[in-house]
Unconditional design. Structure first.
Length: 246
Protein backbone atom coordinates (compact mmCIF):
# COMPACT_ATOMS: atom_id res chain seq x y z
CA UNK A 1 0.00 0.00 0.00
CA UNK A 2 2.76 2.42 0.97
CA UNK A 3 4.63 1.56 -2.22
CA UNK A 4 1.57 2.28 -4.37
CA UNK A 5 1.11 5.58 -2.56
CA UNK A 6 4.74 6.53 -3.19
CA UNK A 7 4.37 5.69 -6.89
CA UNK A 8 1.19 7.76 -7.06
CA UNK A 9 2.94 10.72 -5.44
CA UNK A 10 5.83 10.39 -7.88
CA UNK A 11 3.49 10.33 -10.89
CA UNK A 12 1.65 13.34 -9.47
CA UNK A 13 4.94 15.27 -9.20
CA UNK A 14 5.82 14.32 -12.79
CA UNK A 15 2.42 15.49 -14.04
CA UNK A 16 2.77 18.72 -12.08
CA UNK A 17 6.21 19.33 -13.57
CA UNK A 18 4.94 18.72 -17.08
CA UNK A 19 2.14 21.19 -16.44
CA UNK A 20 4.69 23.89 -15.65
CA UNK A 21 6.52 26.24 -18.01
CA UNK A 22 8.60 24.85 -20.89
CA UNK A 23 12.26 24.42 -19.98
CA UNK A 24 13.33 26.69 -22.83
CA UNK A 25 11.22 29.55 -21.49
CA UNK A 26 12.72 29.18 -18.01
CA UNK A 27 16.26 29.08 -19.44
CA UNK A 28 15.56 32.17 -21.57
CA UNK A 29 14.30 34.19 -18.61
CA UNK A 30 17.12 33.01 -16.36
CA UNK A 31 19.76 33.90 -18.94
CA UNK A 32 18.15 37.30 -19.42
CA UNK A 33 18.54 38.09 -15.74
CA UNK A 34 22.02 36.56 -15.53
CA UNK A 35 23.37 38.51 -18.49
CA UNK A 36 21.67 41.81 -17.62
CA UNK A 37 22.91 41.83 -14.04
CA UNK A 38 26.23 40.15 -14.77
CA UNK A 39 27.29 43.02 -17.00
CA UNK A 40 27.14 45.40 -14.04
CA UNK A 41 30.12 43.54 -12.61
CA UNK A 42 32.16 45.79 -14.88
CA UNK A 43 30.96 48.79 -12.88
CA UNK A 44 31.92 47.05 -9.65
CA UNK A 45 35.39 46.26 -10.96
CA UNK A 46 35.96 49.87 -11.97
CA UNK A 47 34.54 51.25 -8.71
CA UNK A 48 36.51 48.83 -6.56
CA UNK A 49 39.79 49.56 -8.32
CA UNK A 50 39.04 53.28 -8.14
CA UNK A 51 38.50 52.91 -4.39
CA UNK A 52 42.06 51.70 -3.94
CA UNK A 53 41.55 47.93 -3.86
CA UNK A 54 44.03 45.83 -5.77
CA UNK A 55 43.12 43.63 -8.71
CA UNK A 56 43.40 40.53 -6.52
CA UNK A 57 41.22 42.03 -3.75
CA UNK A 58 38.59 43.14 -6.27
CA UNK A 59 38.36 39.74 -7.94
CA UNK A 60 38.38 37.93 -4.58
CA UNK A 61 35.33 39.92 -3.49
CA UNK A 62 33.36 38.83 -6.54
CA UNK A 63 34.53 35.22 -6.34
CA UNK A 64 33.98 34.72 -2.62
CA UNK A 65 31.34 37.27 -1.55
CA UNK A 66 29.27 37.33 -4.76
CA UNK A 67 26.47 39.59 -3.65
CA UNK A 68 26.48 42.85 -5.54
CA UNK A 69 24.77 45.13 -3.03
CA UNK A 70 27.19 44.15 -0.26
CA UNK A 71 30.18 44.49 -2.56
CA UNK A 72 29.18 47.97 -3.71
CA UNK A 73 28.41 49.00 -0.12
CA UNK A 74 31.86 47.88 1.01
CA UNK A 75 33.88 49.61 -1.69
CA UNK A 76 31.64 52.68 -1.58
CA UNK A 77 32.22 53.12 2.14
CA UNK A 78 35.95 52.62 1.71
CA UNK A 79 36.05 55.13 -1.14
CA UNK A 80 34.31 57.69 1.09
CA UNK A 81 37.00 57.26 3.72
CA UNK A 82 35.00 55.04 6.05
CA UNK A 83 36.50 52.75 8.66
CA UNK A 84 37.15 49.29 7.15
CA UNK A 85 35.36 47.59 10.07
CA UNK A 86 32.31 49.80 9.66
CA UNK A 87 32.32 49.24 5.92
CA UNK A 88 32.55 45.48 6.41
CA UNK A 89 29.74 45.57 8.98
CA UNK A 90 27.45 47.41 6.57
CA UNK A 91 28.22 44.92 3.81
CA UNK A 92 27.65 42.03 6.20
CA UNK A 93 24.20 43.20 7.29
CA UNK A 94 23.18 43.71 3.67
CA UNK A 95 24.27 40.15 2.94
CA UNK A 96 22.32 38.67 5.85
CA UNK A 97 19.16 38.76 3.73
CA UNK A 98 20.60 35.93 1.64
CA UNK A 99 20.36 33.64 4.66
CA UNK A 100 16.60 34.20 4.76
CA UNK A 101 16.40 33.54 1.03
CA UNK A 102 18.21 30.27 1.68
CA UNK A 103 15.62 29.14 4.21
CA UNK A 104 12.91 29.43 1.60
CA UNK A 105 14.89 28.08 -1.34
CA UNK A 106 16.09 25.03 0.58
CA UNK A 107 12.48 23.83 0.75
CA UNK A 108 11.71 24.58 -2.88
CA UNK A 109 14.91 23.21 -4.40
CA UNK A 110 15.24 20.16 -2.12
CA UNK A 111 18.81 19.58 -3.30
CA UNK A 112 20.99 16.66 -2.14
CA UNK A 113 23.08 17.42 0.95
CA UNK A 114 26.34 17.17 -0.96
CA UNK A 115 25.26 19.92 -3.37
CA UNK A 116 23.83 22.39 -0.86
CA UNK A 117 27.14 24.06 0.21
CA UNK A 118 27.92 24.85 -3.42
CA UNK A 119 24.38 26.03 -4.18
CA UNK A 120 24.50 28.34 -1.15
CA UNK A 121 27.07 30.50 -2.96
CA UNK A 122 24.42 31.32 -5.57
CA UNK A 123 21.65 32.28 -3.13
CA UNK A 124 21.27 35.97 -4.00
CA UNK A 125 18.51 38.39 -5.02
CA UNK A 126 18.47 37.42 -8.69
CA UNK A 127 18.47 33.64 -8.32
CA UNK A 128 15.81 33.89 -5.64
CA UNK A 129 13.60 36.11 -7.77
CA UNK A 130 13.83 33.80 -10.78
CA UNK A 131 13.32 30.65 -8.70
CA UNK A 132 10.28 31.98 -6.84
CA UNK A 133 8.65 32.96 -10.13
CA UNK A 134 8.54 29.33 -11.29
CA UNK A 135 5.49 27.06 -10.79
CA UNK A 136 7.16 23.64 -10.38
CA UNK A 137 10.21 22.16 -8.67
CA UNK A 138 11.80 21.28 -11.99
CA UNK A 139 11.49 24.82 -13.33
CA UNK A 140 12.62 26.24 -9.98
CA UNK A 141 15.81 24.18 -10.15
CA UNK A 142 16.44 25.10 -13.79
CA UNK A 143 15.85 28.80 -13.10
CA UNK A 144 18.10 28.77 -10.05
CA UNK A 145 20.98 26.91 -11.71
CA UNK A 146 20.94 28.80 -15.02
CA UNK A 147 20.65 32.19 -13.32
CA UNK A 148 23.35 31.36 -10.77
CA UNK A 149 25.81 29.90 -13.26
CA UNK A 150 25.44 32.60 -15.92
CA UNK A 151 25.52 35.41 -13.40
CA UNK A 152 28.49 34.02 -11.44
CA UNK A 153 30.61 33.51 -14.56
CA UNK A 154 29.72 36.83 -16.19
CA UNK A 155 29.91 38.86 -12.95
CA UNK A 156 33.42 37.63 -12.23
CA UNK A 157 34.58 38.07 -15.83
CA UNK A 158 33.28 41.64 -16.04
CA UNK A 159 34.71 42.40 -12.58
CA UNK A 160 38.13 41.45 -13.90
CA UNK A 161 37.68 43.52 -17.06
CA UNK A 162 36.43 46.50 -15.07
CA UNK A 163 39.35 46.41 -12.66
CA UNK A 164 41.82 46.14 -15.53
CA UNK A 165 40.20 49.06 -17.34
CA UNK A 166 39.89 51.33 -14.30
CA UNK A 167 43.16 53.15 -14.95
CA UNK A 168 42.23 53.85 -18.57
CA UNK A 169 38.84 55.31 -17.56
CA UNK A 170 40.21 57.56 -14.85
CA UNK A 171 37.71 58.96 -12.34
CA UNK A 172 34.80 56.49 -12.15
CA UNK A 173 32.42 59.13 -10.80
CA UNK A 174 32.84 61.12 -14.03
CA UNK A 175 31.35 58.23 -15.99
CA UNK A 176 28.58 57.61 -13.48
CA UNK A 177 29.62 53.97 -13.05
CA UNK A 178 29.59 54.31 -9.27
CA UNK A 179 25.78 54.48 -9.47
CA UNK A 180 25.32 51.44 -11.72
CA UNK A 181 25.29 48.87 -8.93
CA UNK A 182 22.71 50.60 -6.73
CA UNK A 183 20.58 51.32 -9.82
CA UNK A 184 20.50 47.62 -10.76
CA UNK A 185 19.67 46.66 -7.19
CA UNK A 186 16.77 49.12 -7.04
CA UNK A 187 15.46 47.97 -10.41
CA UNK A 188 15.28 44.40 -9.10
CA UNK A 189 13.81 45.43 -5.75
CA UNK A 190 11.08 47.76 -6.98
CA UNK A 191 8.76 45.10 -8.47
CA UNK A 192 8.90 43.15 -5.20
CA UNK A 193 7.39 46.02 -3.16
CA UNK A 194 3.77 44.94 -3.51
CA UNK A 195 2.26 45.66 -0.09
CA UNK A 196 1.95 48.89 1.85
CA UNK A 197 4.20 47.51 4.59
CA UNK A 198 6.96 46.64 2.14
CA UNK A 199 6.79 50.07 0.54
CA UNK A 200 6.84 51.72 3.96
CA UNK A 201 9.98 49.79 4.94
CA UNK A 202 11.70 50.74 1.68
CA UNK A 203 10.71 54.40 2.01
CA UNK A 204 11.85 54.68 5.61
CA UNK A 205 15.13 52.97 4.75
CA UNK A 206 15.77 55.54 2.00
CA UNK A 207 14.96 58.41 4.37
CA UNK A 208 17.25 57.05 7.08
CA UNK A 209 20.09 56.27 4.69
CA UNK A 210 20.07 59.57 2.84
CA UNK A 211 19.17 61.68 5.87
CA UNK A 212 22.01 60.34 7.99
CA UNK A 213 24.57 60.32 5.19
CA UNK A 214 25.86 63.89 5.87
CA UNK A 215 26.16 63.43 9.65
CA UNK A 216 27.43 59.88 10.16
CA UNK A 217 30.66 58.18 9.05
CA UNK A 218 30.60 56.29 5.76
CA UNK A 219 29.00 52.88 6.12
CA UNK A 220 27.01 53.71 9.26
CA UNK A 221 23.91 55.06 7.42
CA UNK A 222 23.52 51.62 5.81
CA UNK A 223 23.40 50.04 9.27
CA UNK A 224 20.89 52.64 10.45
CA UNK A 225 18.68 52.02 7.40
CA UNK A 226 18.36 48.39 8.50
CA UNK A 227 16.28 49.64 11.44
CA UNK A 228 13.47 50.53 9.03
CA UNK A 229 12.07 46.99 8.96
CA UNK A 230 11.67 46.46 12.74
CA UNK A 231 10.37 50.01 13.14
CA UNK A 232 7.64 49.59 10.53
CA UNK A 233 6.72 46.12 11.77
CA UNK A 234 6.45 47.45 15.33
CA UNK A 235 4.09 50.22 14.21
CA UNK A 236 2.06 47.72 12.17
CA UNK A 237 1.76 45.47 15.22
CA UNK A 238 0.54 48.33 17.39
CA UNK A 239 -2.01 49.36 14.76
CA UNK A 240 -3.36 45.80 14.52
CA UNK A 241 -3.53 45.58 18.29
CA UNK A 242 -5.58 48.79 18.45
CA UNK A 243 -7.96 47.40 15.83
CA UNK A 244 -8.42 44.25 17.84
CA UNK A 245 -9.39 46.23 20.95
CA UNK A 246 -12.22 48.02 19.18
Amino acid sequence: MAERTAHADTHADIRADRAGRPDAAVVRDALGVGVAVGLSGFAFGVTSAGSGLSLLQTCALSLLVFTGASQFALVGALAAGGNPLTAAAGAFFLGVRNAFYGLRLSQLLALPRAVRPFAAQWVIDETTAVALAQPTRRSIRIGFVVTGLSLYVLWNLTTLLGALGAEALGDTATWGLDAAGPAVFLALLAPMLRTGTERAVAGLAVVLGLGLLPVLPAGVPVLAAALAAPAVLFMEGRREARKGMR
